[in-house]
Design a protein around this ligand. Structure first.
Ligand code: C2E
Ligand code: MG
Ligand code: MG
Length: 405
């Protein structure tokens, strides 16, 4: 259909009339934490509720609005409804303040004053900006990559959250994501339904999650319909799920009810039973780092090391994060109390450690006095544990260090 087409013009006029008559509503589809099942927010989706009670779905009229600028008006209309809703709920005591995602057509990217319009609406209702997440579809990048990236930057710098919607629905490659400073990556439902069945495609999906998490993007899986999909998404470390399995888009009053119930219930699932191995390892590491602020991996055979954590220890910035093990020991020795230096050096040089390993010792532990940033000596315990890698014969160790004073 093109502009000037009679049927198209009539439809567009009816949508404008529907806006004036408040027949266009925002439905809310809840989003949940993939591990705990906790409600974390929602997405506002437009619905046209006709006076005869019938419901018209967005895909039956949005593509037509996108042939011109009418879609821009509709998006601002929905944003206003969302802000009215949030403003009302802010007044209710103990009502959870959860973000709402609002869809923005890619045509906003070409608009001169989009940011100002959004700011005026959101600020006008007194809604904190971080509660509004603007969703812009991946296809915007295919057409106008630079302009879209710039649009996102402006939105984020102004304090709004930004999500890339429908990721994986088009032909765009992963690499474009690295250049975009978004907060959230929403994986399209076509990707989820395809990939959870086929082994090779599951591998692709795992890599997408990995990649997104390394870029510090929050991942949202759209269109989650089955328990099998959810289990697989959890294994991939997916953060948030949205789909019919957990909740369909619902009218505002039902969503309010859900928010109230969830705030009373608190957490719904035991994270220990649902977490993937990577998240369990992360928890374990937190406990290790709480006890040992300095953790060093060393390869004695290759005279190399790297630091895994270096916080709250006697010194903060002077320690290199990777390099030659012999240099690390020389560096450590220099910070020891003069009376402890020889003992430290002779215990922890690579030859002595390799000899201890060959004698069958499992660990080597020593307490020495080390000078901190403040010039004060404190007793430090260094415990080196020999570890075995399944892939190499090198002699490896993990050194756990902590202050005793
Ligand atoms: P979207 O932004 O990707 O929204 C997700 C769509 O997936 C919604 O369709 C939702 O109802 C549907 N969905 C959610 N969970 C499932 C599931 O488990 N299975 C299946 N099969 N579908 C699921 P809906 O509401 O029909 O909206 C379609 C599209 O229309 C949206 O896709 C969005 O691109 C657009 N849209 C909706 N509201 C607005 C709006 O206010 N402004 C703009 N510009 N676009 C909007
Ligand atoms: Mg969306
Ligand atoms: Mg989507």
């Amino acid at each position: 259909m093109t502009r000037g087409d009679k049927r198209l013009d009539t439809l567009i006029q009816s949508v404008h009339r529907a806006m004036d008559a408040h027949e266009l509503r925002a439905f809310y589809q809840p989003k949940f934490d993939a591990l705990t099942g906790r409600l974390v927010g929602s997405e506002a989706l437009v619905r046209w509720l006709r006076p005869d009670g019938s419901l018209v779905m967005p895909l039956d009229f949005l593509p037509q609005l996108e042939t011109g600028k009418d879609i821009l008006e509709l998006d601002y209309y929905i944003l206003r409804l969302v802000c009215e809703f949030l403003q009302r709920q802010m007044k209710e005591e103990n009502f959870p303040q959860l973000p709402v995602a609002v869809n923005f057509s890619r045509l906003h990217v070409y608009e001169a004053n989009c940011l100002r319009a959004v700011e005026q609406i959101v600020d006008g209702y007194g809604v904190p900006r971080h509660l509004i997440e603007v969703e812009i579809t991946e296809s915007a990048f295919a057409q106008e990559p630079e302009k879209t990236a710039e649009w996102i930057n402006k939105m984020r710098n102004a304090g709004f959250r930004v999500a890339i919607d429908d990721f994986g629905s088009g032909l765009s490659s992963l690499s474009f994501v690295k250049d975009i400073a978004a907060d959230v990556l929403k994986l399209d439902k076509s990707l989820i339904s395809r990939n959870c069945e086929d082994e090779k495609e599951r591998i692709v999906l795992e890599s997408i999650f990995n990649f997104a998490h390394r870029l510090s993007l929050t991942t949202v899986a759209e269109g989650v319909e089955s328990q099998e999909q959810l289990s697989f998404l959890r294994m991939c470390g997916c953060k948030v799920i949205q789909g019919y399995l957990t909740a369909k888009p619902m009218p505002e009053d039902q969503y309010i009810q859900l928010c109230r119930e969830q705030s009373k219930q608190g957490q719904t699932e035991d994270v220990l039973l649902t977490q993937p191995a990577t998240s369990a390892t992360q928890l374990l590491l937190e406990a290790v780092f709480a006890r040992y602020p300095l953790v060093i991996f060393a390869n004695l055979t290759r005279n190399s090391f790297y630091l895994m954590a270096y916080e709250n220890f006697t010194r903060h910035s002077v320690c290199p994060s990777a390099g030659q093990f012999s240099e690390l020991i020389a560096h450590g020795t220099a910070s020891m109390h003069p009376e402890d230096q020889e003992l430290f050096r002779s215990t922890f040089n690579a030859d002595s450690l390799i000899a201890a390993h060959d004698r069958g010792e499992q660990s080597v532990t020593l307490v020495t006095r080390q000078m901190g940033d403040d010039g004060v000596y404190r007793r430090v315990e260094t415990a080196d544990y020999f570890v075995k890698s399944s892939s190499v014969d090198d002699i490896l160790l993990i050194a756990l260090c902590h202050n005793l004073d």
